[in-house]
Design a binder for this molecule. Structure first.
Ligand code: FBP
Length: 342
């Protein structure tokens, strides 16, 4: 096809370009992966497929009997929602089918699942984040982190395979089930966002190379917990008010993170008098978003340490979480670290 003709096809306004399909994008960028054997590409495809099934069920949740609790609690003592369990089943099935994954860590499972195979990858996943918003039709999400196993393939999974620092991630991302459904991920070469085109059942590149503004005017904190915050955190919130920042808190980490990624802002789930380590889970909530935000030019810490440098001690360990625009995270840290000095 000669160049002029292909350019005319590409730029034709009659049939507007719908963008690069996720599959094509993964294939085109596969050589970026250090271990480019197609396994990681297949994993990303499996996650995308499972997310489409979950998206379909989330969209019609009000019409089928998947609202409400399932009558059991997860390790954190949270009431497990039917959709939590359903999403966990969908992702676990999709990720165990191909054989690329040797171990799976999930918010909904007390211990990790050893898949006894020669898979090279370990996945940590929060199948459905934002549980408190599931039944009220507010945006929710899925968060995933992908690591390479450390132990030899085919041998039993060891703690060093599971308890890896966030800086060891080879890929991470989230799916946002919102007004539109998006998949946003990184493999260490920038952050790319894909929007689900429902009628075609496919994700298309809509937000290439996402960058978070260095500064912003949005702070996302559950101020209902104000009385349980340490004085430095209360002083930072006063600083936000004195600086005429806007408060935005959806109560779904993925949705709050996504907004701040696009507009600039800071999300904070600090230590509280109730939980000195905050609420969020390091391995399947914080690490993935910390990797993404750093790839997009932002910052993530526990108020003092870089999230990606924290050595996990246990599967479901919690961590205070400060994530978002670089200057805003550093400002919040300066308040927290000030107390350490005095
Ligand atoms: P789940 O994964 O169990 O939903 O917990 C995480 C989360 O729901 C985040 O999505 C959200 O930002 C936070 O907890 C809300 O917590 P709180 O209701 O205490 O503000």
């Amino acid at each position: 096809m000669n160049k002029a003709y292909s350019t005319s096809i590409e730029s034709s306004r009659i049939a507007h370009s719908i963008g690069t399909a996720l599959d094509r994008f993964i294939k085109n960028n596969q050589d970026e992966f250090p271990y480019a054997s197609g396994e990681l590409s297949q994993l990303l495809r499996d996650i995308a497929l499972a997310s489409k099934v979950v998206n379909r069920e989330v969209n019609k949740a009000g019409l089928i009997d998947i609202m409400g609790g399932i009558g059991s609690t997860n390790l954190a003592g949270d009431q497990q929602q039917k959709l939590d369990v359903l999403a966990n089943i969908r992702f676990t099935r999709a990720l165990t089918k191909g054989g690329e994954v040797c171990a799976l860590v999930s918010e909904e499972s007390e211990s990790f699942v050893d898949l006894n195979n020669h898979g090279q990858y370990v996945i940590a996943i929060d199948p459905l984040d934002g549980s408190s918003n599931i039944d009220v039709n507010v945006s929710i999400g899925t968060i995933f982190s992908i690591y390479r196993r450390k132990s030899a393939p085919g041998t039993p999974i060891r703690s060093e395979d599971i308890l890896q620092k966030g800086s060891e991630q080879v890929a991470a991302g989230y799916i946002l089930y919102g007004s539109s459904t998006m998949l946003v991920y990184t493999t260490g070469h920038g952050v790319h966002g894909f929007t689900h085109e429902t009628s075609l059942g496919e994700y298309f590149l809509s937000h290439p190379d996402m960058q978070i503004p260095e500064d912003g005017k949005i702070y996302s904190v559950n101020e209902g917990l104000y009385n349980s915050f340490e004085p430095a955190m209360k002083q930072y919130l006063q600083f936000c008010k004195d600086s005429s920042y806007t408060a935005r808190y959806i109560g779904s980490l993925v949705a709050d993170f996504h907004r701040n990624l696009l507009k600039g802002g800071v999300y904070i789930y600090p230590a509280t008098s109730r939980d000195a380590r905050g609420k969020l889970r390091l391995i399947y909530e914080c690490n993935a978003l910390a990797y993404l935000v750093e790839q997009a030019g932002g910052k993530a810490s526990d108020g003092r340490r870089r999230i990606l440098d924290i050595d996990p001690e246990s599967l479901h360990q919690r961590s205070p979480f400060y994530v978002g625009s670089k200057n805003m995270v550093e400002k919040a840290e300066s308040f927290i670290q000030r107390t350490a000095i005095n």
